[in-house]
Design a protein around this ligand. Structure first.
Ligand code: FAD
Length: 320
């Protein structure tokens, strides 16, 4: 019967899906125990119900004004105070920009081992087993915790969400924040569409084959129809066809969508490491020998400027 603490995350006022996925993982860890969610920001009251429906028994909503924008020092102080109060037996955080920044700091403060980028959590004979991809997603390692409490960051889009009935207690509190040396003046939102790339169920990605910034237009039209997000290879980013925030791969974002459509991307290993765990990969490339076809479930050999608009038209017929 364990007490598991989950740091939830919202972006632009909406709860990120990984928060609910972590609650599902936390229930496996808790094994009938208590799942406690932490939500930073007063807006959390609007999605507290959703957290409750997915099994959060208690939700701490931290309302400090100083934490309206993410600051490592402020968030870590808030989290530390809650950890000290709750004394959890396991901690989960999202493997997002915030989680990746915060988790190592918390791990160091409590002298805990951190298992990052986890895609599955199981408890077998009372032993917690975390699964994480290694070697750019070519293999998976299973990790257990030999000392300290289990502490992991969870990759979005991998653990199924689960609705769990029960009551939820909401606790609103302010924590003590001091000595913050960083001031975040503004967060500039890039205009990369409405769907968040790292959590998107459908990603349409462009490579150097799109040939220009203008060349992303047909991909954006397809993304619009499918309610997908736009991604890119580093080739396309380096060529300045798009912003680096769209880059997928070893030095970019890791995505695990249900459907990944690679347009004019050769399939370099560094790109594959960011998308090869997608459930279905469709590749459009005019070179039949492009390596991307080796990881594709469906391959279309052809000019993307002909194929993509045709796909958009066909999807429009059934979806719009
Ligand atoms: P290219 O390899 O040039 O491929 C373009 C493809 O488009 C070709 O296959 C071509 O046949 C096809 N094509 C051209 N015209 C058309 C058309 N009209 N219709 C259909 N197909 C067409 N790359 C990443 O993507 N992400 C990373 O995170 C990343 N990290 C890296 C880290 C390191 C340390 C290094 C060394 C490299 C990294 N790279 C990364 C770069 C990677 O090695 C490749 O150079 C890059 O992925 C190539 O991008 P691309 O496939 O768009 O371009």
């Amino acid at each position: 019967m364990k007490k598991v603490l989950v740091l939830t995350e919202a972006k632009y006022g909406s709860l990120r899906g990984v928060s609910l996925e972590m609650l599902s993982a936390a229930h496996r860890l808790a094994d009938g125990g208590e799942v406690i969610a932490v939500a930073i920001g007063n807006e959390a009251i609007y999605y507290a119900n959703e957290l409750g429906k997915h099994g959060a028994k208690k939700i701490y909503i931290v309302g400090n004004k100083e934490l309206d924008m993410y600051i490592t020092e402020g968030y870590s102080q808030a989290l530390q105070q809650i950890i000290d109060m709750v004394n959890p037996e396991a901690i989960l955080m999202p493997h997002t920009a915030i989680g990746k920044d915060l988790a190592p700091r918390i791990a160091a403060r409590y002298d805990l081992g951190l298992i990052s980028d986890v895609i599955d959590v199981q408890v077998v004979n009372d032993v917690v087993i975390f699964t994480r991809p290694i070697y750019s997603g070519k293999a998976f390692e299973k990790k257990t915790v030999v000392s300290g409490i289990p502490f992991a960051t969870v990759r979005p889009n991998n653990i199924p969400m689960k609705e769990i009935n029960g009551t939820t207690e909401i606790v609103r509190l302010n924590v003590e924040i001091k000595d913050i040396r960083t001031i975040v003046k503004e967060v500039v939102r890039t205009s990369t569409g409405v769907v968040d790339l790292s959590e998107a169920k459908i990603v349409i990605s462009g490579g150097r084959g799109v040939k220009s910034a203008e060349g992303f237009k047909p991909l954006e039209e397809l993304a619009d129809v499918l309610n997908g997000a736009i991604g890119a290879s580093r080739g396309a980013c380096d060529a300045e066809y798009c912003d680096y925030s769209l880059q997928i791969g070893q030095t970019g974002k890791v995505v695990t969508p249900d459907l990944y459509i690679a347009c004019g991307i050769s399939g370099a290993i560094q790109h594959l490491s960011g998308m090869s765990n997608a459930k279905i990969v469709v590749a459009i490339n005019k070179d039949p020998n492009a390596p991307i076809f080796q990881v594709a479930d469906y391959g279309i050999v052809g000019d993307l400027f002909e194929v993509v608009p045709l796909l958009t038209e066909e999807f429009k017929k059934v979806l719009v």
